[in-house]
Write a protein that binds this ligand. Sequence first.
Ligand code: ATR
Length: 273
Amino acid sequence: MENYAVVGNPIAHSRSPFIHAQFAQQTGVNIRYTALLAPLDAFESTVITFRKNGGTGMNITVPFKFEAYSLATRWTERAQAARAVNTFKFEQENGILGDNTDGIGLVRDIETNLNFPLANKHILLMGAGGAASGVILPLLQQQPNLLAIANRTSSKAIALQQQFATHGTILGGHYQDFVGQSFDLIINATSASLHNALPPAPAELFRNATLAYDMLYSTKLTPFLEFAQSQGITKLADGTGMLVEQAAESFLLWHNIRPTTQDVIQKLKAELS
Ligand code: ATR
């Protein structure tokens, strides 16, 4: 039996073992998938030990995605662009393939599950940390008309604009800089919801949007989704679907089988409610 784990700190809350157990049952692939707590200063040794004990692959979560990028020995294009890794596939001679399935997970949830094609849309992405940078390339690959990155610290958004400028139409700035623009979709990639806070986005930015998406998953509406609702946006989504879709993409990389996700998303929503 192949051994997999999700590694992070904290990790007790992780839903990945549940999701991968569902995929394994559904596809008949025989795996063990556990949650592994790594001390904050011992990510690398935790990975090495897991591998020595027969590990085949890993998912990596907060706060280790950047360290995971450094530890990989080769990268997929999307991991290279994000400079962050959430999936390891162990290869011969101590090689590690690093992938990042977060962005494609978000895109699949929005386009397929929520039936919201991204081509030609105006997208506002709020936040310029690791969560935001991980999803920019897959979003641009859907050829939106504009991807605007708004951040409290505008220099970080401008740096992302420069980093991804060759991949599509992308702008970076402070929230205020985008007043006067019209957006179809607003995505919250800040960590504000974790602190029950709302990013300082002026209400005008929400005026024409039809979908608000919080990348965080939560048992109740986040302050961002509550605000979006109060501004008349009717389609609201949290990151539950993204979580299952990024897991499905890791599962595909490891086992060459794409599991179905709708049933697992429904089960996970039921678990979380
Ligand atoms: P992550 O890996 O989750 O993206 P991070 O790299 O620490 O975490 O980035 C957190 C992001 O959330 C940043 O864009 C941060 O804005 P700053 O760059 O200005 O710090 C944003 N953020 C966190 N709390 C916020 C809040 N209350 N309002 C607005 N933005 C917030």
